[in-house]
Structure formats: C-alpha cells, structure tokens
Design a protein around this ligand. Structure first.
Ligand SMILES: Nc1ncnc2c1ncn2[C@@H]1O[C@H](COP(=O)(O)OP(=O)(O)OP(=O)(O)O)[C@@H](O)[C@H]1O
Ligand SMILES: [Mg+2]
Length: 285
C-alpha cells in the first residue's frame, strides 16, 4: 500500500495513546447544517431525557417509528441545537461486540492496529453517540453497551484490554423501525436501558410543509399549495420530499420555470406514479 493511500485511509482518525497502545479514534460525523426543521412535538421530550440536573445523569432514549418519518433528522437537529459532536454507529446483522468497542487486527506489516468505534470516541471525548438501526444488531454485539448505559458509564474492550470511564458530556440515543419495536423488541437489558421510547410518527400538515419547503427552497408557493390539495395524508416526509423534488425536476427538464397549477398537478401525478410507497404501507388519501 502506498503512503498516500494509507494517509487517506487514516485521515478520518486521530491517533491517541491509551493504556500503552496507539488507538485510531474516529472523528465525529459531519451533519447537514441546513434543511433541518424542528419537530416541536418531539424535541422537548428528547431534550428532557438528556437533561442533567442535581447530579442526576442523562437518560438514553430511543426513537422508533415508520420509515422515512425523521428519526435521523431529529438527532441531527438535536446535535446542532446542543452544539455537540455526533458519532453514529449503524446496526447490522454482522456486527460484533468489538465493532462497538475497539477492533484489534494484525496489519500486513505485522503490527497490531487498534481501531476505536464511534461509541468509544464519544465516550472518550464527550459528544452524542447515535446507535442507528439498533434493532438489526445481534444481541451478543450489544453486550458492551450494558455498562455504558447504566450507572457505571464504562466501556470495556476485552480484545484491546482498554477500559474507559465516560466523559461527563457523553450522551446516547438509538433508533429502530416500528416493526422491530413492536415485534420481538430489543433484548431485555437494552430495552430497559434505552428509555423513554419516543415514537417519531407522520408529522402534522404544518411541520410537513416546513420540511418540504426546507428541502425545496427554490420551488414557488404554488407547488406546495397544489401538493397539499392533491396529497393530504399518509406520505412520509422522505416520500413527499422525493415526490415533490422529482415533479419539480420533471418540470425543469421540460423548460417550465413557473408552471401553472394544472401543469404542476400533471407533474405530481407522474411523480406519484413513479415514487409512491410500496404495497402494505399507509396509502395516499
Ligand atoms: N425534521 C426534518 N427536517 C428536514 N427534513 C426532514 C425532517 N424529517 C424528515 N425529513 C426529510 O425526510 C427524509 C427522511 O428522514 P430520516 O432519514 O430522518 O427518516 P428516518 O425515520 O430516519 O428513516 P428510516 O426509518 O428509513 O431510517 C430526510 O432525508 C429529509 O429529506
Ligand atoms: Mg434513519
């Protein structure tokens, strides 16, 4: 491997000396600064869970709900509002306990490489750790979280032989989809440690309009007016943003910068056909 390649591979990591080892610790995730719309029905509940007062530690809440309704967006907004770094772990079936603590591998040059997880980084430096899709992680992978999320606030990497006490500014939250929350659910020890469980449902008409306007700042008022006349309920923000974005692009492709209401309706109908939610989801009104 060339030097340049090595540099690009490790440039997302800081080298930190810990327990006599050099550990590669990831930098925080860059969050989109624009486009985020406050969900006033949700934000206060999340902020209340994270409130630290009179020596009482913060709670580790989880978000659940139908797809595309804004779980990630809520967390990005919270990180931005709190002015805190955000570290994201994505749950999947292959995840192991060391992936959420610290992996230890032998490199081709026969040196041992320690790579810390985003959770490890948030615990070390302070910041928010967001465990997205936690319902997809195997139970055994979640074992190291037990001591992180209770009064101990410690993370142990058995393989790396590193034991960390959480920074006072470490916060945690997680997200999973509604089927996982309401089906078998999370393993008992994680279920109990990630409360409150806050439902991120379809937003109100007002919030939806603000989300659409934030995501399509150049579209004129008429676009939103026609959209809400034709498609009142049942769309997730993701589907609504995609549909409106696509309809708007169709009109631009046709060279129409300011189409009338009738034309907008035609583009929206085409977009609805091509973008509409798969069968089994909540349908359009
Ligand atoms: N509060 C918001 N502000 C701005 N845009 C939003 C907001 N909520 C949702 N959106 C729009 O909807 C899309 C989907 O939102 P998000 O990714 O947060 O949903 P999710 O609930 O995490 O979905 P999934 O279950 O698939 O992970 C975003 O990419 C964005 O375009
Ligand atoms: Mg998401």
């Amino acid at each position: 491997m060339t030097r340049a390649k090595q540099h690009s591979r490790f440039s997302h990591y800081e080298r930190v000396e810990l327990a006599g080892k050099t550990v590669l610790v990831p930098y925080p995730t860059r969050i989109p600064r624009e486009k985020l719309v406050e969900r006033d029905d949700l934000q206060n509940r999340c902020l209340a869970a994270w409130m630290r007062q009179d020596g009482i530690p913060s709670l580790n809440f989880r978000l659940y709900g139908p797809p595309g309704c804004g779980k990630n967006a809520v967390v990005y907004w919270l990180a931005q509002h709190q002015g805190m770094d955000l570290y994201i772990i994505n749950g999947h079936q292959e995840l192991g306990p060391e992936d959420i603590a610290c992996t230890v591998t032998m490199t081709s040059s026969q040196t041992i490489e320690y790579v810390a997880s985003p959770l490890f980084a948030a615990i070390l430096r302070g910041g928010i750790c967001f465990f997205d899709e936690i319902g997809k992680a195997p139970t055994s992978a979640l074992d190291p979280l037990a001591s992180v999320l209770d009064d101990r606030r410690t993370l142990t990497s058995v393989q790396a032989g590193i034991h960390l006490q959480a920074h006072p500014d470490f916060l945690f939250c997680a997200a999973l989809n509604q089927d996982e929350e309401e089906g078998l659910g999370l393993p008992g020890f994680i279920d109990e440690r990630t409360r409150p469980a806050i439902l991120v449902d379809y937003p109100s008409r007002q919030v939806m309009e603000r989300i659409l306007r934030a995501n399509l700042p150049t579209a004129g008022d008429l676009w939103f007016q026609v959209f809400f006349e034709e498609y009142q309920n049942g769309l997730s923000p993701r589907v609504a943003v995609t549909m409106l974005n696509y309809a708007y692009s169709l009109s631009r492709m046709a060279g129409r910068k300011s189409p009338d209401a009738g034309r907008i309706k035609v583009y929206l109908e085409q977009a609805h056909k091509d973008v509409k939610p798969p069968k089994g989801r909540r349908e359009l009104s």
